[in-house]
Ligand binder design. Structure first.
Ligand code: PRP
Length: 209
């Protein structure tokens, strides 16, 4: 049985649809209930829904053999897993944003609010820019409006949240999308099953293109 950790929510539904189209369906997953684990013995798969930011932890520790996690989480937490495939889903970007009128003159330490402290630290270190990181857990866009920070480092998808709060992208850090990841020892011991699933899903990714 291959244990698959799926990210709960809108992205997870698209991801499951891809697994289903690839021949790894599990009809009970569509029943409208609060169950979190679903199994299709015949297909040899067991799915479970976890918080998107927790998928990599399940996979890293082997509770799941494979899973789907955002590149943002992989960059931020650097879990010890194999990244097997870009699913081309959940596409967005990690960016620096600030109020429209803000211009960084580089004079004083830049105050950066973010959930992604490692990504922000690495980015500004690569520019040699001194920063003061303020770790927040959500609604990051409020920080520069209330002068808690000068800029934010956050995910931008449609750009609507920024626009509606009079903020704009000042620079792009990295493109983000959903990635298929595998536990390292599962990849060794269940390698054939994992390879098979990766090949079928690769075809779905190409078909979606
Ligand atoms: C994310 C991100 C932005 C928003 C960007 O937040 O942090 O706030 O989506 O999307 P947009 O460009 O399409 O407007 P999420 O909804 O995940 O909630 P969060 O505030 O808890 O991070």
């Amino acid at each position: 049985m291959l244990n698959v950790a799926l990210p709960k929510g809108r992205l997870g539904e698209k991801v499951y649809a891809m697994f289903e189209a690839a021949g790894y369906e599990c009809p009970s997953i569509k029943e409208n209930n609060r169950k979190l684990i679903f199994e299709n013995e015949e297909r040899g798969v067991r799915y479970f829904w976890v918080k998107p930011s927790d998928v990599a932890i399940y996979v890293e520790r082997g509770a799941a053999d494979i899973g789907v996690a955002g590149k943002d989480i992989l960059l931020e937490y650097a879990p010890d897993v194999y990244e097997l495939l870009d699913l081309n889903l959940g596409k967005c970007r990690m960016a620096v944003a600030a109020p429209n009128e803000f211009h960084d003159d580089g004079q004083k330490t830049l105050k950066v609010a973010t959930k992604f402290t490692n990504i922000a630290a690495d980015y500004y270190a690569s520019l040699g820019r001194e920063i003061d990181i303020i770790k927040l857990n959500g609604s990051i866009e409020i920080a520069p409006i209330l002068k808690l920070s000068d800029v934010i480092v956050d995910i931008v998808e449609t750009g609507t949240t920024l626009k509606e709060n009079n903020l704009e992208v000042k620079s792009e850090i990295v493109p983000i999308s959903a990635r298929l990841i595998a536990n390292k020892s599962s990849f060794k011991f269940k390698g054939d099953d994992i390879e098979k699933i990766v090949e079928s899903i690769k075809k779905q990714v190409q078909a979606n293109d």
